[in-house]
Design a protein around this ligand. Structure first.
Ligand SMILES: [Zn+2]
Length: 269
């Protein structure tokens, strides 16, 4: 099977080192290269963290990235500088989209502050990935990252390809409503697992939740717009492949595990 991980983080910080260890991994390029080869993963899309400076986004050849807006982008006097920097990224082959973190930052994706970036993304034919669903930590606000916030943005920007990261989990019913309505909204299924688990026990204890996910995946019938992703370093990659193979009917594995990400992010691996 071909696999593309459409949502990882690759950022050098002690916190990510620890998360990787908890998931039985290491937060290094060497380890990821080895694991990708072992598990048949052709490449990954890094969701950017940190600064907008172009030299802060240099990744191994088996990764592409979405550039993230840093906190300065929300200061009014910095907006043109940020727009110019984002455009510099979008000109690069390695930069395959823009990542927004509403919830972690106080804005709605349909706010005016996002408009120039959405227009840039459309003109470079690159998608925008939006954090949706639960957040880590208490300093975030869930109202900004509810999947229904994409309804207005997707309607107003039909030429922008939106990726709903984490499929809005646990608001997957709302996420399904948005995806059913808007053909320019896709989702990645990252962030559903954390750490290293006893998968048999997990499937037994979470049988209701997993049936719920499966129900709404089947309800949507958007198998060409759902992508495999892990949110590494949060989860164990082998267990994540197991989970998604369990949730997605086998006739859609090729699409969900690789082809949709290749098409949506225009990947060349
Ligand atoms: Zn993430």
């Amino acid at each position: 099977m071909n696999i593309i991980d459409a949502h990882i983080h690759f950022y050098d910080t002690p916190n990510f080192d620890l998360l990787a260890e908890q998931a039985h991994h290491q937060n290094t390029a060497e380890h990821l290269e080895q694991e990708f080869r072992r598990l048949g993963i052709q490449g990954a899309v890094v969701m950017g963290n940190g600064s907008l400076e172009p030299n802060a986004h240099i990744y191994p050849s088996f990764m592409r990235y979405c550039v993230n807006l840093d906190h300065q982008c929300f200061a009014r006097d910095q907006s043109q500088r940020c727009i110019d920097l984002v455009e510099q990224h979008l000109r690069r082959r390695e930069c395959v989209g823009i990542k927004f973190y509403p919830g972690y930052q106080p804005f709605y994706i349909y706010d005016d502050v996002c408009r120039p970036y959405l227009e840039l993304a459309a003109s470079y034919h690159k998608p925008v990935a939006i954090h949706t669903g639960e957040t880590a930590g208490r300093h975030s606000l869930l109202q900004y990252c509810h999947p229904l916030t994409l309804d207005k943005a997707a309607g107003e920007h039909p030429d922008v390809e939106f990726v709903m990261c984490h499929w809005g989990n646990p608001w997957v019913v709302d996420a399904a409503a948005v995806m059913t309505k808007h053909p320019n909204v896709s989702a990645d299924l990252s962030g559903l697992l954390e750490g290293y688990l006893d998968m048999d026990q997990y499937k037994e204890e979470q049988a209701g939740y997993l049936a719920h996910l499966s129900t709404w995946l089947h309800y949507m019938q958007c198998w060409d717009r759902v992508m495999y992703g892990t949110d590494f370093p949060l989860a164990n990659m082998e267990q994540y492949i197991d989970l998604i193979a369990y949730l997605v009917p086998s006739q859609y594995h090729e699409a969900v595990f690789a082809e949709n990400a290749r098409r949506i992010y225009h990947l060349d691996f």
